[in-house]
Ligand binder design. Structure first.
Ligand code: GTP
Ligand code: MG
Length: 366
């Protein structure tokens, strides 16, 4: 019998085990385009079914690219660069050439300077010792920047296959859907969702008679906040439109809570502005540092929410790190949540985040 693959997620179609990827009832196998039950439910009910594939299985699958030839398009999420840039990419894709693509630019404030941002991404790639041929900024949902990128892909691929690679949820499948939509008019061919781990196998979209563009499953980065929150809370912390910067003039010994998922204490320094870039739906709460512990203990889950009850079960305890920032506009990054930008004329802050989601500093993005 011919092997069939789900058009939405790339899983091998089977009719034996409902719990395993690719399950499709026998009655649906006669259709021209086969969609597995999980994709069907995701598309029509936005309901995700967990599958029995481990992070390691995904990594192994994608690492097959090492033994193939093609152009690698490494898609990252500009709202979560630290969480989505894969530093170990060469181990996964061998010495194939790489184009770096910052997706979801529509989430950044319109005032963001695109040229500067592109250079900034190039620096981040350099710092991570990733050699990239070119850098692009796009929005797959809005369609921004796609023409320049596709032209460059065509030029650099040298008649070979193109692999779309990245951490989960950066928008790889949405990007390909956009291209399919532009070329043949069909919409939402590949399954996409705001849950991590949507694509389960390689999905080949023909570019010509002999070569394809290949969607791949997302590489899982354990540091990502997404693994510690409920589906409900994931929706709240994931921005879905342009993020409005929220500025706070803080005196030392004041604290900001980001829901109850992270906390920033302004320990020492002159009064100054802290500009916060988080999903507009995530509430920020200001308080005095001396009252912060009590507030957290009493109001985690209500005033300070998310976490909801489900997230509370998953969420590791807070750990804290102290940072001293001098003389440079700096972002304090809470991976997968957002960041706080400070001018940093000698500022000491203490950042609290769930254990495993490590806070870091970077030169300001905006
Ligand atoms: N705001 C915004 N959201 C986007 C963009 N591209 C994708 N998304 C959203 O990001 C989420 C993940 O998109 P997918 O295309 O499923 O991501 P993926 O990289 O294929 O994810 P996996 O298959 O899990 O690895 C969805 O909710 C998309 O709507 C974009 O350009 N802007
Ligand atoms: Mg996908």
């Amino acid at each position: 019998m011919e092997e069939l693959y789900c058009q939405g997620c790339g899983a091998l179609i089977q009719s034996e085990d409902k719990e395993k990827p690719g399950y499709t009832p026998k009655s649906s196998l006669k259709r021209e385009h086969i969609l597995c039950q999980r994709c069907f439910r995701l598309k029509h009910y936005n309901d995700i079914q967990d599958v029995s594939i481990t992070d390691d299985d995904f990594l192994k699958m994608v690492s097959n690219i090492r033994n193939r030839n093609g152009l690698i398009v490494h898609v990252i999420d500009v709202f979560d660069v630290n969480g989505s840039l894969i530093k170990s990419l060469p181990r996964i894709i061998g010495d194939n050439p790489i184009i770096l693509v910052g997706n979801k630019v529509d989430l950044l404030p319109k005032s963001a300077n695109k040229h500067q941002l592109t250079n900034w991404l190039r620096t981040m790639a350099n710092d991570a010792a990733l050699k990239v041929k070119d850098v692009f900024l796009i929005s797959s949902t809005k369609g921004h920047g796609l023409d320049d990128l596709t032209q460059q892909i065509e030029k650099l691929r040298n008649g070979q296959d193109v692999y779309i690679v990245g951490t989960t949820n950066v928008g790889k499948s949405t990007f390909i859907n956009r291209l399919i939509n532009q070329s043949v008019g069909e919409k939402d061919v590949i399954t996409t969702s705001y849950f991590p781990g949507t694509t389960l196998g390689f999905i080949e979209i023909p570019l010509d008679d002999t070569t394809s563009m290949i969607d791949t499953p997302g590489i899982v980065n354990d540091d990502q906040m997404a693994h510690y929150v409920s589906k409900h809370d994931l929706k709240i912390i994931t921005p879905n439109k342009e993020v409005k910067p929220r500025g706070y003039q803080l005196n030392e010994k004041q604290t900001l809570f980001f829901g109850g998922l992270a906390r920033l204490d302004f320990l020492r320094g002159e009064k100054q502005s802290f500009v916060c870039y988080f999903s507009n739906r995530l509430s920020i709460h200001r308080t005095k540092m001396e009252k912060a512990d009590e507030l957290y203990e009493k109001h985690l889950g209500d005033l300070l929410s998310p976490p909801d009850d489900k997230t509370l079960e998953l969420l590791p305890e807070f750990t804290s790190s102290t940072f001293r920032i001098q003389n440079e506009q700096t972002d304090i990054v809470f991976p997968g949540l957002g960041w706080v930008s400070v001018k940093g004329e000698d500022v000491t802050v203490v950042a609290h985040s769930p254990k495993g989601v490590a806070v870091s500093l970077r030169k300001s993005l905006l």
